[in-house]
Design a protein around this ligand. Structure first.
Ligand SMILES: *Cc1c(COP(=O)(O)O)cnc(C)c1O
Length: 514
């Protein structure tokens, strides 16, 4: 030991006190990684005093993004991650346009109105008998479904308030009936606008709102019923026709005038193309408004959503602000003022480019790919599907109950372990639990989007098998079984037992692993 240390010092003594000259004060601003900006901390709380060359700043920002996941492998999200190059060119060309400024950019406002009318027609809004604005479906582009849902909810609330006031009744306790599986924007709506959310419980066997159960949550203060057309949890469509029947019965029995808002964030851009017979839209009498996310199955990059009302009578005039710059009446109904017009333009491009048949072909491909994925996942023998019936192109699945290893021991890993291991294969697959009464049901969800091909689905299935095999090897024993084995091992190798490797995943408590 001592000898080799001496030898080492002897051999490398000329390196002692050697200073690399280049480390001194290089400042080659033209060279990206040769400048001082790449060897100092980036500003985090205050701006730098001085400016930075554009190339440098760009590189630093792009470098920061390196740690982000690959959006196309993010299977947690419904939001568009791929568009055609032509669409990207249009988006770039129109990104300086402010949507709100209809006097300057009347053609963007025109595209917005065309999109609203196309959606109204796709969702079977009654054909206006005249050009009278009162008969036209009313709608707006928004930043996404969240803003669209806020507007839908506000219209329900104001309508109820106006009627109550007219009847001389109090308006201080509005409530909204919706499933416990409702998307978080509805909880926000209730919280932000002082409406009591009455959540209809869901169960493991019926993980979406059952309209029959919604009935007992309604009263004279109910501003409306929200139906998830494509539940965020498992993609299943809630039953709008049954919801309508319940609402009609309750209205008749109690003399109410309750209406339905359909949250079709994803489903309203899927069903019309591949399940034309599913009535979720204005064909259903009490549906007064529908929203969708243009940036989900509307196939546009993030930043656009839509809300459409059956007709103008559904929205109290007090919510509509009038902008008269154009010489014609421009009703404005938004929470935001300024926003980019480019995603509205991109939506119009998609409607023009794809047409009904284009959307139909894409959506039916998505259903085929999600069918292939579901088959592959079931084919591993380890999983069951969550929910059923018609729904979005996604696979919601969970480990089979009571899984055992070959020796009959209980399986000790869960869906969260699978999520963590799949991440090592670059797949983002969220694990979560169903809401309220069904909380004990853990699950995983893979969302199938336009850019998720059959081939990628096959790759995912292969990786899922690898992950299960890995977990079966490393996590198969319960803590009791491990202790038993450790006991046996120590009895045979008393000295080795002490060096028990606590870092090996199999030797950790399951919950400590991910
Ligand atoms: C995604 C989603 C929302 C929120 O939509 P954003 O466009 O992300 O604001 C609301 N409701 C449902 C059912 C959704 O799936």
């Amino acid at each position: 030991m001592g000898d080799s240390k001496k030898l080492f010092d002897e051999r490398f003594k000329h390196f002692k006190d050697l200073e690399p000259a280049e480390l001194k004060d290089g400042n080659s601003n033209e060279i990206l990684y040769g400048s001082r900006f790449t060897r100092q901390e980036m500003p985090k709380t205050e701006m730098l005093k001085e400016s930075m060359p554009a190339r440098q700043a760009k590189q630093l920002v792009l470098d920061m993004c390196q740690i982000n996941a690959n959006p196309r492998l993010d299977l947690a999200s419904f939001v568009t991650t791929w568009m055609e190059p032509e669409a990207e060119e249009i988006i770039a060309a129109t990104q300086a346009i402010n949507m709100v400024d209809v006097s300057q950019y009347p053609q963007c406002a025109e595209m917005e109105q065309r999109c609203v009318r196309m959606l109204g027609s796709l969702w079977h809004a009654p054909k206006p008998k005249s050009d009278d604005q009162g008969e036209q479906p009313l709608g707006a582009s928004t930043i996404g479904s969240s803003e669209a849902c806020m507007l839908g909810g506000l219209a329900l609330k104001r309508r109820w308030q106006v009627a109550r006031k007219k009847a001389g009744k109090p308006t201080d306790k509005p409530n909204l009936v919706l499933g416990a599986n409702a998307q978080v924007c509805w909880e926000k709506f209730c919280e932000y606008w002082d409406v009591e959310g009455r959540y209809v419980p869901v169960t493991k066997d019926y993980p979406v709102m059952n309209p029959e159960d919604a009935r007992k949550h309604m009263d004279e203060n109910t501003i409306g019923l929200v139906v998830m057309f494509g539940s965020t949890y498992n993609g299943q469509f809630e039953d709008v026709v049954l919801a309508d029947k319940i609402v009609a019965e309750e209205n008749k029995k109690n003399g109410w005038d309750m209406r339905i808002h359909v949250d079709g964030a994803s489903g309203a851009m899927i069903a019309p193309f591949i399940y034309p017979e599913v009535e979720f839209d204005f064909r259903v009498p009490n549906v007064s408004s529908i929203n969708c996310s243009g940036h989900k199955y509307g196939l546009v990059y993030p930043g656009v959503g839509w809300v459409v009302w059956r007709n103008r009578a559904c929205v109290d005039e007090s919510l509509i602000f009038h902008v008269a710059y154009l010489g014609t009446d421009q009703p404005s109904l938004n929470l935001n003022f300024s926003k980019n017009a480019n995603m509205v333009v991109a939506q119009y491009y998609q409607f023009l480019r794809l047409g009904f048949e284009g959307y139909r072909d894409i959506m039916s491909n998505l259903m085929k790919v999600s069918g292939h994925l579901a088959e592959g996942i079931l084919g591993t023998g380890h999983f069951k599907l969550i929910g059923g019936g018609k729904g979005l192109p996604l696979v919601a699945f969970a480990l089979k109950d009571g899984r055992k290893d070959k020796e009959g021991n209980d399986c000790v890993y869960d869906e969260y372990d699978i999520m963590a291991r799949m991440k090592e294969h670059h797949w983002q697959i969220p694990a979560y639990t169903l809401p309220d009464n069904a909380k004990s049901q853990k699950m995983l969800r893979v969302t199938v989007r336009e850019d998720f091909s059959y081939e990628l689905a096959s790759d995912l299935i292969t990786d899922l098998k690898t992950v299960i095999e890995w977990l079966d090897h490393h996590f198969i024993y319960s803590e009791e079984k491990m202790n038993e084995l450790r006991g046996k091992f120590q009895a045979h190798h008393p000295s080795k037992g002490k060096h028990h490797n606590s870092h090996h995943p199999a030797n950790k408590k399951k919950t400590g692993v991910c």
